[in-house]
Write a protein that binds this ligand. Sequence first.
Ligand code: NAD
Ligand code: TYD
Length: 359
Amino acid sequence: MGFISTMSIIVTGGAGFIGANFVLDWLAQRDEPVINLDKLTYAGNLENLASLQGDARHIFVQGDIGDAALVDGLLAKHRPRAVINFAAESHVDRSINGPSEFIQTNIVGTFYLLESVRAYWETLEGETKAGFRYLHVSTDEVYGSLTKDAPAFSETSRYEPNSPYSASKAASDHLVRAYHHTYGLPVLTTNCSNNYGPYHFPEKLIPLCILNAVAGKTLPIYGDGRQIRDWLYVKDHCSAICLVLESGRVGETYNIGGWNEKANLDVVETLCAILDELKPRIDGRSYKSQIAFVKDRPGHDRRYAINAGKLALELGWKPQETFETGINKTVVWYLENQRWVTNVTSGTYRNWIGKQYGI
Ligand code: NAD
Ligand code: TYD
């Protein structure tokens, strides 16, 4: 007991947007195996991980973080040095239309995962036990909404979640905190701002607008479009998570953000300007002509902004991409990955598992 011969990590939700980027980056940088536990909801797409097919360092397991027997078995078999929890229901609009899955996965699922991890961690000994980490990936949305001139969220900002999504993430953050304070579980929590980049499911603003633009559809802007989000290129989020995992202080939370506050309308107009250059419309008009103001989201948070000073100061992290470089890369990625786009928009990505893995 307590001896791990080959180090490995368990990543949950690794077929989703950020999780897949994390797994790809992790294995591009090191050989330590990843056990990837993902339920493959509508947001899980194994095509994101197609480049890892046949790679023995990536072990994919389809399943629920709330399935205690499955998770206990994975922990006992692989004896990981860390568990990184990305698995969640993540779309605010879906949480408004149907909050139940959010409560189930984000709160109840996290609870069962914590229980399994705690039981496993308690079997460890010595350095293996001291070195073990549970890292919980969370969001800036737990802090609620900022007024125009208020200072950016810090790690000590009050939790004031406003949507069923952010409330469920807030609850999971509290459980993680409690498992550290009560049981001593060596946890780390990260609260990140809005991500964008490759493999982003096109229900979210940026991929939705890129794909709608080139398909000649409207670009729906909720309300007046002056709501502000703080955008971070997904690979910068992944690098921050790696750094927190290796060097973060146990029990601490770290805010992650790109110092890139942008109003939604400005983001969409930037996308249009890039597309006007890269793939001009046949009629010569700007893609901006496709913008349409639509009914606002209920309870729409006005502004998010992250103060990532603690992460910068304590661990020396800084993002590699500016908004300008990251958003250009992102548009180019969507234009160049037509097969991924077609399969996601047609829904055939959901057949990928059967086709590729014979499950
Ligand atoms: P996503 O919706 O793209 O992916 C979520 C993944 O989790 C999917 O692959 C899905 O199949 C899987 N999953 C869902 N329920 C599961 C369950 N019960 N068991 C196992 N797997 C399950 O989400 P994302 O945008 O990649 O976000 C990942 C994490 O990062 C989430 O916890 C989210 O709250 C957090 N986060 C996201 C952002 C953002 O801008 N996208 C910003 C900050 C934090
Ligand atoms: P989204 O990508 O859903 O992320 P989140 O709600 O987690 O911040 O939305 C980003 C912003 O864009 C948010 O203020 C809502 C807005 N939005 C639109 O204006 N139109 C849309 O079609 C979508 C999906 C979002």
